[in-house]
Ligand binder design. Structure first.
Ligand code: CU
Length: 233
């Protein structure tokens, strides 16, 4: 990409941010061209840290020339490792270091699009571990079962220990899925994507990395069937 274009883009982003108050708690949302959505979503309040930040685009993205940073309100950088491109080149992802404290985080990214152009974006999310009081605490179990019945996950929100195997069981006639966020991309944690589950069928995943894993059933979303698992010591 041409340097002049990059400079112009960066200035546009700075201007957009400063107009809406850069010093405030929540950074303004700036979307790169062809950006669809993200995990965590812009403005989300998480009860535990995410394990990564995943950005979804409606066009191919390339690792070379792309960047993604996640900065705490104290200026500390939490993203680590390489920028990874997944989902047939439409998702851009970077891992987060463990130990993120409660507070506000700003995601800033540059997406190199396969068309030869690129774009910058920015949004924020927050972590508030007080929200864990709404979760059922199932830590200490090696295996946890979540039922799919009456178009709902039960328990809907659960905290489990690292290394727990979670098994979803469909107990009713309607078919269901387990899908990691977001919808419809399902890119945040692909091992947590099931095939269609008929009555009596199960799907299991072992979760090792501490963090929050939001999920849903694609057939009954967003009105019903959303759930969340937190893996924590
Ligand atoms: Cu369903």
């Amino acid at each position: 990409m041409k340097k002049a274009l990059l400079t112009a883009l960066l200035c546009a982003v700075s201007l957009a941010v400063s107009l809406s108050g850069c010093g405030e708690q929540s950074a303004a949302v700036v979307k790169a061209p062809r950006f669809n959505d993200s995990t965590p979503p812009a403005g989300a309040q998480y009860a535990a840290q995410p394990i990564n930040v995943t950005l979804n685009f409606s066009v191919d993205v390339e690792a070379e020339g792309s960047s993604l940073s996640v900065e705490g309100s104290d200026g500390k950088e939490w993203a680590r490792g390489p920028v990874v491109i997944e989902d047939q080149n439409t998702a851009m992802k970077r891992e987060l270091a463990p130990g993120m404290p409660d507070g506000m985080y700003t995601v800033s990214y540059t997406a190199a699009l396969a068309s030869g152009t690129s774009g910058d974006g920015r949004f924020s999310f927050s972590i508030d571990t007080d929200l864990q009081s709404d979760y059922e605490d199932l830590r200490g179990e090696d295996a946890v079962t979540i039922s799919m019945n009456h178009l709902a996950f039960e328990p809907k929100d659960a905290i489990v220990s690292p290394g727990t195997t979670i098994t979803w069981t469909n107990q009713e006639g309607a078919p269901h899925f387990v899908n990691t966020e977001t919808h419809p991309e399902h890119t945040y944690y692909p091992p947590m994507n099931s095939t269609e589950l008929a009555q009596g069928q199960t799907f299991s995943v072992k979760l090792e990395t501490p963090g929050q894993y939001d999920y849903h059933c694609s057939l009954h979303y967003p009105q019903k069937m959303v759930g969340s698992i937190i893996v924590a010591e």
